[in-house]
Ligand binder design. Structure first.
Ligand code: COI
Length: 379
């Protein structure tokens, strides 16, 4: 299983099986009650984020004797889980996020899915969960998107958000890696992640709590990291902040990441920096692609240690011109202000953030040349 961010890049960029060769790996079961078309049309006009769920989901089970088996596309609906199911007690769970798009000619696509397949296994490794083969991951994406094709919104800026995840389902209360796991992939039509769209977000810089610490799970996509971000988020939301920026747990001085997104800092001299992957920071697919897009433009972009004090001083002096958040769900969202216990600074400019958003979403929508070969055709 991949254990370094470099391996995620290698797996993402290697050749992979095509959709037609993988299709049908997850056997389609009929849905007796698909969403009526008129209701669906209304949902697709204003999908929001993560509130409506498509007719079908992918599922599979892992046991030691049979490995991953029982791969199916089934109607979306409640799961049956033993109250002693290990995930409910010890949080042995990992997840991913990626999106499907429909292009103007009606073709269906997703974006660099092998990166997500590799990162799921990167997370699986850290949580002692069995590996899901890349081809099974890709097949589940192909099969779930094909089954839910009418749920992929055609509206500009919208997509079908895919949420693959694995959790420990063995009924057992001892603290050890479970002997049974479930894989699922659900699908949800998505508009902008933040309700105000590209409107710059107001950020609270958290200096009392951390989302992850050295040797912990900060680099992998597991629910616990997001759970750790919620109390600061609730407190910040009371003061009308849109998002929380976390500092590194070791020194409480350097930028780590937002509650669920990576961070970039843009300087007035044109250079762009993002925190280096210290082991506490999620190696974001969007983060990786943005660095590659900026490098192709000839921008000096690099990973670095970014001290909060330097960033604040840079914003005050004009040396820092922009900051933005990025992730699959949020794509690219400009930061309008940063506030902490004893400071508040504003970032009025968002040109680079906007141009990165335009280029990335243009590639995803099939309107800008996909020079890197990131698009993967589903159907
Ligand atoms: C994503 O960007 O896909 C995530 O999983 C993060 C979450 C904030 C939705």
């Amino acid at each position: 299983m991949p254990t370094t961010p470099e391996e995620l890049e290698q797996i993402a960029d290697a050749p992979h099986a095509e959709a037609d060769d993988l299709a049908g790996t997850f056997a389609l079961q009929g849905n007796p009650a698909p969403r009526p078309q008129a209701e669906l049309d209304e949902i697709l006009q204003k999908p929001g984020f993560g509130v409506h769920f498509a007719d079908y989901m992918a599922r599979a089970t892992w046991t030691a004797d049979a490995g991953w088996h029982d791969k199916q596309i089934v109607p979306y609906g409640p799961l049956s889980l033993d109250p002693a199911g290990a995930v409910l007690h010890y949080g042995q769970e990992v997840f991913e996020g990626l999106k499907a798009y429909v292009h103007d000619d009606g073709s269906l696509w997703t974006f660099r899915p092998a990166y997500n397949a590799a990162r799921l296994n990167f997370s699986n490794y850290r949580l002692a969960i069995p590996e899901l083969p890349v081809d099974d991951f890709l097949a589940s994406i192909v099969d779930v998107v094909r089954a839910n094709a009418r749920w992929v919104p055609a509206k500009e800026g919208a997509s079908l958000y895919l949420r693959p995840y694995i959790f420990a389902s063995e009924a057992f209360l001892g603290v050890r890696a479970a002997a049974k796991y479930e894989y699922l992939c659900i699908a949800s039509p998505a508009g902008p992640y933040f309700p105000n769209g590209f409107t710059p977000i107001n950020v609270w810089v958290e200096q009392d709590f951390h989302r992850a610490g050295p040797g912990g799970m900060g680099a992998v996509k597991t629910g616990g990291n997001y759970a750790a971000s919620l109390l600061p988020k609730v407190t910040a939301a009371r003061e009308h902040y849109d998002e929380v920026l976390f500092l590194d747990a070791a020194t409480n001085t350097n930028l780590d990441e937002f509650g669920g997104m990576n961070v970039f800092v843009v300087y007035a001299d044109g250079r762009v920096r993002t925190p280096r992957l210290t082991g506490n920071i999620l190696p974001g697919n969007t983060r990786s692609c943005i660095m590659q897009l900026l490098r192709r433009r000839g921008v000096d972009v690099a990973e670095d240690t970014l001290a909060l004090a330097d960033v604040i001083a840079g914003i005050k002096s004009g040396e820092v011109s922009e900051m933005f958040a990025c992730g699959t769900a949020a794509v690219v969202t400009a930061v309008g202000s940063l506030t902490g216990a004893d400071f508040k600074v504003e970032l009025p400019t968002h040109e680079v953030s906007q141009s990165v958003y335009d280029e990335l979403t243009g590639i995803q929508a099939g309107k800008v040349d996909d020079e890197f070969g990131w698009l993967y055709r589903i159907g």
